[in-house]
Design a binder for this molecule. Structure first.
Ligand SMILES: [Fe+2]
Length: 278
């Protein structure tokens, strides 16, 4: 039986799942088929959905336990495991942090020893122009690295610390000392085998990867910029142009993503987000 159809979206990653209504609970068989599609395609888009936060939570939980967002301010009041991704503050003004948030290439939870395996966004209000999310294929980027560069990064480990990126502090400055103290540097392999497929990919983050173990900061920052240039090459990226009712689901271990940051901050951009642990 066919539960849905798959439609490529014109980039090396990014596949649309057509004819599947996520507002209804999926049967185990339909969900298994979706899981297979997700293993083959690390970015799945679903259009024209209507999802209340609790229904989004129920769908997200099928993939694994939901990890609440780190900032309590953005949590949904009735469904706190779901967070808002918004540039609108509580008084209806522009939330400047929300507008530029996550516009550097990253994967979620890079600062953590237990990061999410997948995440999902649901578009509610979107800017008329721009406001997209970009996704890049990190395994394909590794396969296409020049041999000398690949050899140079073999065995290296990233050092990740909340809010400390290769270009300096971002989120870090806004942290209260109590929250600042919660985070410790975490080492991870720069080349990471995907926990399910075993396929190796580049694994770093331009928001929270502070550097490379044993390497001077300037040299590490330059190396990460060089690797990013390969990851973010136009022909390795899917740009998702949001419409209200879109759901995008992605594999955190196979991709990097970012807020394309290409919209006027005064235009409302409101989405719901779920992050799922393995
Ligand atoms: Fe993110």
């Amino acid at each position: 039986m066919t539960y849905f159809n798959e439609q490529p979206l014109g980039a090396p990653i990014g596949t649309e799942i057509v004819d599947l209504d996520l507002s209804e609970p999926l049967s185990d068989r339909a969900f298994a088929a979706l899981g297979e599609a997700f293993a083959r395609h690390p970015v799945l888009a679903f259009r024209g959905q209507t999802l209340a936060a609790d229904r989004m939570s129920a769908f997200a939980r099928r993939f694994g336990p939901i990890m609440a967002g780190v900032d309590p301010k953005y949590r949904h009041p009735d469904t706190p495991e779901i967070s808002f991704l918004t540039n609108v503050d509580q008084d209806g003004g522009v939330d400047q942090f929300g507008a530029r948030r996550a516009s550097a290439w990253h994967y979620d939870g890079s600062f953590s020893t237990a990061p999410p395996a997948a995440a999902m966004l649901y578009g509610i209000e979107l800017p008329a122009i721009g406001g997209g999310t970009e996704f890049a294929d990190t395994a394909r980027a590794l396969e296409r690295l020049p041999a000398a560069l690949r050899q140079r990064i073999e065995g290296l480990q990233t050092v990740n610390h909340f809010g400390l990126g290769p270009e300096g502090r971002d989120y870090y400055d806004g942290l209260t000392p109590e929250r600042w103290g919660q985070y410790r540097p975490v080492r991870k392999p720069l080349i990471l085998a995907h926990p399910k497929t075993g396929r190796p990919g580049l694994s770093f983050c331009m928001i929270h990867t502070a550097g490379i173990a044993g390497m001077r900061h300037g040299e590490a920052a330059e190396l990460l910029r060089e690797l990013l240039a390969h990851v973010a090459q136009t022909d390795n990226v899917y740009y998702h142009r949001w419409r209200p009712g879109d759901v995008v689901l992605w594999d955190e271990h196979a991709t990097m993503h970012r807020n394309a940051g290409d919209f006027p901050p005064a235009q409302r951009r409101i989405m719901l987000r779920a992050m799922m642990l393995p």
